[in-house]
Design a protein around this ligand. Structure first.
Ligand SMILES: [Zn+2]
Length: 131
């Protein structure tokens, strides 16, 4: 059974919630041919963009399906930061004002967020500790 878009998104919903943002997925997206593979992402009441959930990746591991969705989710939120009260997501540790970045590397903890200044500071996607 392929993972549903909602199952793939669940770790991101967690990381948004602990950072004080709510999230919702609306089925489909304007003008797409396969609405089952698309969702409109609503963060804290703002439609920030659309997400594609690759069906082939959804039959692989959660990590494989999650990485591109995490990338697109972060991009959509940072692009809409002004509408989201200056949201920096996901927050880095205390004293760092930048967002964490999605790491390409790692094995047991992949996919993970890492500090752009101190890459060994990482947290698996879905296990962000909050601010
Ligand atoms: Zn940092």
């Amino acid at each position: 059974m392929p993972l549903s878009p909602e199952e793939v998104f669940a770790p991101l919903a967690h990381d948004l919630e602990v950072c004080g943002l709510t999230s919702r997925l609306l089925h489909g997206a304007p003008g797409v041919q396969n609405p089952d593979a698309w969702r409109v992402l609503v963060v804290s009441g703002v439609k920030v963009g659309t997400l594609e959930f690759d069906e082939e990746l959804s039959t692989e591991t959660l990590g494989m399906a999650l990485w591109p969705v995490a990338f697109a989710t972060q991009a959509a939120i940072l692009e809409n930061a002004q509408l989201l009260s200056g949201a920096v997501w996901p927050r880095c540790h205390t004293g760092h004002r930048h967002p964490m970045e999605l790491s390409q590397e790692g094995e047991h903890d992949w996919p993970a967020w890492s500090c752009p200044k101190n890459p060994p500071y990482r947290r698996p996607v879905g296990q962000h500790p909050g601010p």
